[in-house]
Design a protein around this ligand. Sequence first.
Ligand code: AMP
Length: 413
Amino acid sequence: MARLEAIAADLTRRYGYRPIETPLFEQVAVFERGIGEVTDVVEKELFRLAPRSEEKEAWALRPEPTAGIARAYVQHGMQTLPQPVKLTMVGPMFRYDRPQAGRYRQFWQFDVEAIGDAGPAIDAEIIELANRFYTEAGVPGIDLRLNSIGDPQCRPAYIAELTAYYRDHVADLPPLERARLERNPLRLLDSKEPRMAVINVEAPKITDHLCTACADHFDGVRAHLDALGVAYTLAPELVRGLDYYTRTTFEIFPAGETGQQAAIGGGGRYDGLVELLGGHPTPGIGFGLGLDRVLLVTRLAEGAADETAPLAVVVSADPAATADRLVVATELRAAGLRARADLSTRKLGRQLEAASRDGAHFAVILGADAAGGTQLKDLKAGTQRVVAAGDLVKELERAARTHHHGLGEAAKR
Ligand code: AMP
């Protein structure tokens, strides 16, 4: 996770995003107004906090970051700053759901928001940023699915047509979908019910109903993505689970997987959100990438690489010499190296075994010979040689810089 956070921090700095922290909980109204009342996230998945008796407001743990960030934008007068305001956050989100593989009640998102730019160029810039994050994180391949869901000009006519279509199939609709049909028929398009897949294949497509302004915007997004060489698949069924989206929506899957459960990120434009939360009409776009799922995918790809394994473990022939080992390990750590001392009083052989099991690349063996010299043993290569105490830091630094951490030719002979 720390590795992914470091990649996110470095990328967002390069792309000009500033870190923001919002509270882990907000008034429920922020989510109801922003995300929408007839959505999975608010209806079923909101982690509501039990109110104290003197409390008039209802509170909930944040299920996603965008509503809270837009609330902060309005509350702290960020519309007076140069636009767009580009903000980023990595942090935990909470959704009340049945936990299972890749679906947790607390999960981490890397989030990016650009508020105050109507696009379409920034839409492509943000999508390319998501793309680059996956590449740098080591995700072996992604499928980027792209759609436009129109705006308040063109969506009502489309929704009327979609509702009429579903009414014709009402007998086949699962209970929740039937209940939602009249209140929010768009939700039926991204329903997780397997039965809906068949019905949705024939459903009218939003991209056939875009007004000229939305169609031009969508063309613009695609032209900019093409110019950047970012590959995408058009996905007319992709409406995303949250109400605040307008125009551009996208979702990212590991290559070859499409199940909703597998999505490793998603985002879109939310030109009405700031106004819904009490601000001036302000366009915005952002994404949230699921870091837990990115970790799962990259672990599968490269085998579990342990980022915390020590470069060196300090061991010694005298089991009781814990102070000597601790002193040397402390010196190595002060010099910036990942080092550990064996603090037990077991025999040298056992100390070396433990160091190997820990994934250490080197063992620094104190008092290994009659002269009391220090040996540097490469536990991966099985080579060993004497180093002067004063050269230890330099030797390990050199080894840490080289990819394979090797001791060099001299040690192999
Ligand atoms: P969403 O806004 O629901 O599309 O969420 C954005 C991303 O967060 C998804 O693409 C997932 O990668 C991740 N995500 C959403 N819900 C969960 C969850 N319950 N557990 C783990 N990751 C999640």
